[in-house]
Ligand binder design. Structure first.
Ligand code: NAD
Length: 472
């Protein structure tokens, strides 16, 4: 049992004022493996005060000083890759296909922030005026459980690169991963107060942070419902808000596609991060005249997808993060059948042979309509929905008939045609015949998938305000 008692404020690990403890579980065994003490409103107040006090000096640091700090962060986070990997498997249950990436990605995000900062233009001329991009102030960074260290490092490195100071409120369910990141960041020897980490619940610590008058900016990754709430909470003090929210991303399979060749991409897009991915391609749009053929190829490919122990090298899909999340996914699997979709593979309950752990059978529904809830709502588990279309125009209409717009993928042999269709999809990112990630490009969503962008020069700009300087 690991007991995480301290939070990080003003350059030190301190015991929080909050007295509540939150239980941590191994989702593969359902065993309690630890506890974390939660910070409260008073802890948030202290953390924001520390970040506010550190802001004047940090905001005036030179590019070279910030780069040096980011390099130290990169070194310390990289050095803890193996410890992070262990925490990611134990506390989150990510399988090998995901966990190593999740352990290296945090340091990679810092390296990306370094690359952006090296060439970022903080000043430009606009006619007779000079425009100076100025850090907004204290940033509240609120992150979810499905890639804890990656989100913390990406948001923090970007905020610091811009000259902001920060208070981080990570998911209380990821406290072991957060602890390793906190130790790495402490070892990076940044000035006290530049970053602070308050473990706590969303309802108490998150809420206090979102409403604090000295917080100038909120960068949030999580559910659309909480994101919408944060816009309202920050409105009283007109906080700048960047939101990375949910998705119901379409994978558009064109009629010239070689199904056996594209199926690995289709399933990888759908089941990545055990289906607990905001960008997961969960609506598969298939040409109606080839639907039966696609279904057969999908069933054959699914037989090789293993849901189970994340420590087994051949596991593709690990457990859901919590009992609540498992119940939620089971509810959607039952709902699909109730709504009249046909279960093609998978279904309710645990995979055969497993009696414990929050494991889900990788599931595919077919004969679904896009207005069904399983096609409209984010399930956040390994559940895919096949929807048939008759022609290109209908395919695009279905792809865009969603309240989300985070990501999309187009698969087909004719790349020009794929690109033409990709341009018609309302999503922050459209991938053609690939799942590759380009960290220099902006990441974020249309519609209810978010507000603003992270990554690259767009990411750093979200922590800056243009100031116009005119000299007479
Ligand atoms: P969540 O919205 O419940 O929680 C996210 C974070 O917000 C947590 O730290 C939580 O404690 C905090 N929070 C909750 N209520 C709050 C409040 N009232 N005020 C302030 N903070 C509050 O989401 P989750 O269950 O942790 O994560 C799953 C969701 O996140 C999914 O919907 C998924 O799509 C989304 N997500 C999006 C992205 C993206 O980049 N777009 C990435 C990962 C996850």
């Amino acid at each position: 049992m690991q007991r995480i008692e301290q939070i990080y404020i003003n350059g030190e690990f301190v015991t929080p004022h909050g007295r509540e403890w939150f239980d941590l579980y191994n989702p593969s065994t359902e065993q309690k493996i630890g506890q974390v003490r939660l910070g409260d409103e008073e802890d948030v107040r202290l953390a924001v005060a520390a970040a506010k006090a550190a802001f004047p000096a940090w905001s005036r640091t030179t590019r070279q000083e910030r780069l040096a700090a980011l390099h130290r962060m990169h070194k310390e986070v990289s050095a803890r890759e193996d410890a992070l990997l262990e925490a990611i498997v134990t506390e989150y249950g990510a399988p090998a296909v995901r966990s190593r990436w999740m352990a290296t990605y945090p340091a990679d995000t810092i390296a990306q922030a370094i690359a952006v900062l090296e060439s970022f233009q903080f000043e430009e001329q606009a006619g007779a005026a000079q425009v100076i991009l100025t850090p907004v102030g204290v940033a509240a960074l609120i992150t979810p459980w499905n890639s804890d260290a990656g989100f913390i490092c990406n948001k923090l490195a970007t905020a610091l690169a811009a000259g902001c100071t920060a208070v981080i409120k990570p998911s209380e369910m990821s406290a072991m991963q957060t602890q390793i990141v906190a130790e790495a960041l402490h070892a990076a020897d940044l000035p006290a107060g530049v970053f602070n980490i308050v473990n706590g619940s969303g309802a108490e610590a998150g809420e206090a942070l979102a409403r604090h008058p000295d917080v100038a900016k909120i960068s949030f990754t999580g559910s659309s419902a909480v994101g919408q709430h944060l816009v309202a909470a920050g409105a009283a003090t007109l906080k700048r808000v960047t939101l990375e929210l949910g998705g119901k991303s379409p994978t558009l399979v064109l009629d010239d596609a070689d199904f056996s060749a594209v199926m690995p991409l289709v399933l990888q897009a759908g089941f990545m991060n055990s289906g607990q991915a905001c960008v997961a391609g969960t609506r598969i749009l298939v040409p109606r005249h080839r639907l039966a053929e696609f279904e057969q190829a999908a069933v054959e490919a699914l037989a090789h997808i293993k849901s189970g122990d994340p420590r087994d090298a051949d596991t593709d899909v690990g457990p859901m993060v919590s009992a609540k999340q498992w119940e939620r996914v089971q509810g959607y699997i039952r709902l699909g059948t109730e709504e009249g979709a046909r279960l093609l593979a998978g279904g309710a309950g645990r995979p055969d042979g497993l009696s414990a752990g929050w494991f889900v059978k990788p599931t595919i529904f077919t004969d679904a309509r896009n207005d069904m809830r399983i096609a409209q709502e984010e399930i956040f588990g390994p559940v895919l929905t096949l929807i048939a279309y008759d022609d290109e125009a209908q395919a695009i209409a279905i792809a865009n008939d969603t309240s989300y717009g985070l990501s999309a993928m187009v698969l087909g042999k004719d790349v020009d045609r794929c690109q033409r269709l990709a341009r018609q999809i309302d999503a922050g990112r459209v991938l053609v015949n690939t799942l590759a990630h380009e960290p220099r490009a902006p990441f974020g969503g249309f519609k209810r998938s978010g507000l603003g962008r992270e990554m690259g020069k767009w990411g750093i700009s979200a922590y800056l305000e243009p100031k116009t300087l005119m000299v007479g």
